[in-house]
Design a protein around this ligand. Sequence first.
Ligand code: SF4
Ligand code: SF4
Length: 321
Amino acid sequence: MKFLKKENFEAFAKKISRENDIFYPEQTNGSYRWKKNEGESFSLEGHRTVLPMKYFFFPPGENLKEKERKPAVIFGARGCDLRGLALLKKIYLEEPEDIYFRKDILIFSADCTSAHKDCFCAALGDEPWAEEGFDLNFSFARDGYIVEAGSDKGSEILKNNSGLFEDASNARKREILEVRQKTKETVLKQNGGKNIKPAVIAEKIEKNTDVLAKYAEDCVSCGACTNVCPACFCFFLSEGENNKIRYSDSCQYPGYARVAGGANPRKEMTPRFKHRFLCKFFYRPAMQEIKGCTGCGRCIDGCQGGINFMDVLADIAGAAE
Ligand code: SF4
Ligand code: SF4
């Protein structure tokens, strides 16, 4: 692990920006939104952005036939985004590989130092910091960052910029634990100390369709939940003579499961709503060995029906066997 003094961060970002587009989470009115850096100073503190990082890798509405772009570096990605990306990589990059999924993006993640009111990662057993999947991770010490390389490219960047970094002392490494613990406590506290076990959810979904049906009554099939989810990956293609455009799809749309000939196995709302929970807690763990929910709470924030995803999980977990 290396230590980067606060005053050296800007010089480091400037060096990186010479060959890459840089994106970072800009704070406006308490929310974070991705912004392309135009040379201004920025900070890595805060929590997850409104929209997930996944759209850098497969932007919705992207013409797949136009592939010219500069490599990018994303500063300030959060643990929930990386856990979502781990699933997307299994979906898109395992055979057959999707040639349009971007591979020229480096991720410089950062520990969360605060939590959005809907974040519940810790209640789901995850941490508000990245554990893997980053090229570099930035943790917070009193007077700078503790920087960890998570890939060969990350190690190379540290080596090439060795003048800006120094070895991290044990005392500084201990400082990052204080910040991490404080953020984790914030997340647990705002969720009433809930401890939702994904394996229990997986076991109980099928037997608790009535719980899901109650919540499904409020769903308006807008698809906001899946569109903002860092772990949802469905899309559809529109192909013309000179373009091939990929749009985000949603299993919550009434026509999502319709097949040629018109049959639709999930025409009604409750089976569609239930499918989302099955996909995240049963199908993905069974097929990709990774759950499809990172506890980021974006679907709660964006739901047009006012449905709280974590309350649904807590009700399923607490339902009788
Ligand atoms: S299901 Fe909701 S809380 Fe879970 S990762 Fe997706 S948007 Fe976040
Ligand atoms: S965001 Fe809410 S209302 Fe919209 S499809 Fe998802 S669960 Fe239904």
